[in-house]
Write a protein that binds this ligand. Structure first.
Ligand SMILES: [Zn+2]
Length: 286
């Protein structure tokens, strides 16, 4: 490794979970909808395996219950198992005790299925809050990866207490919880979200890659995320959603897998827990 790391993460949830489709798709009908997460996750696992790469999988508890074998399969391939909560409710729409139960139950479920300790959490639609930072720490998590410093987005969370710079890509909160923030492209003209998902689908690959290289050169680390449904061109098309939600959910799905394939050939990937191993090495050598 040359010290320039791409931290690769997958939010394991199915197409019908996405916030963009929430109008017509209420959660009560989820169990009746076609399950596509397994085959799309397998495609991502296959790409990672081809390049001998490891990643972090933030698995939604609902998906783990629906397909427990998928969690075991991801763990057996040597990837980091992390939590995307249980029910995919936005944090600021839950009361604190419901949130505590959500993150405690999902952690235990994933640990029971994988036999591994779950250290990381990613909030649904990056809806992190100050209160959630405390509850995550109290519930035994070591890090959060939900901070998306992009205030223009209508659904992302906001924090009053901003974490401070730690080692490598990690930030740290006052209470000891670490934060692995999603990457932004910071250039003289401004800051742009550049960390994956819909942004990855939207941009031509060579522009995306140039941005990643720039972030690696200027910041040292780059954190990427994708959902299994981001590469699923054949997913059911839902009617009755707003134009902008339709655009951000469906834009360039067809090309996403070949872009992901090119991305995985161009860069070396690591799981987020690797940031901690670097941190521990540094602490023990000080
Ligand atoms: Zn999600």
């Amino acid at each position: 490794m040359n010290g320039k790391s791409v931290y690769f993460s997958v939010d394991v949830e199915d197409w019908y979970v996405a916030e963009n489709l929430k109008g017509p798709i209420i959660r009560e009908i989820w169990p009746s909808l076609e399950e596509r997460a397994r085959r799309n996750t397998e495609k991502i696992l296959e790409l990672l395996g081809r390049n001998n790469a490891k990643a972090t999988f933030f698995i939604l508890g609902y998906m783990a219950r629906r397909d427990p074998g998928l969690v075991k399969h991801i763990a057996a391939a040597g990837h980091e198992i992390a939590s995307h909560g249980m029910a995919h409710r936005l944090i600021y729409e839950q009361d604190p005790e419901d949130f505590r139960r959500d993150v405690t139950d999902s952690k235990k479920l994933l640990e029971d299925l994988s036999g591994r300790k779950v250290k990381g959490y990613r909030a649904p639609t990056f809806s992190i809050t100050d209160r959630a930072v405390d509850i995550l720490k109290e519930s035994g998590y070591e890090y959060d990866s939900s901070l998306f410093p992009f205030s223009a987005h209508d659904r992302y969370g906001r924090l009053r207490e901003q974490p401070v710079k730690g080692v490598r890509g990690l930030l740290s909160f006052n209470n000891g919880l670490y934060e692995a923030p999603l990457s932004m492209l910071k250039i003289p003209g401004g800051s742009f979200p550049w960390s994956g998902g819909g942004y990855f689908r939207l941009l031509p690959y060579y522009i995306f890659r140039a941005g990643v290289r720039y972030i690696l050169a200027s910041q040292g680390e780059y954190l990427f995320y994708i959902h299994p449904w981001d590469i699923d061109h054949a997913q059911p098309r839902v009617k009755g959603i707003k134009f902008f939600d339709r655009f951000r959910h469906y834009v360039n799905l067809k090309k996403a897998y070949s872009k992901l394939s090119a991305f995985s050939a161009d860069f070396e990937f690591e799981p987020i827990e690797k940031m901690f191993r670097e941190k521990e090495t540094r602490e023990s050598t000080v």
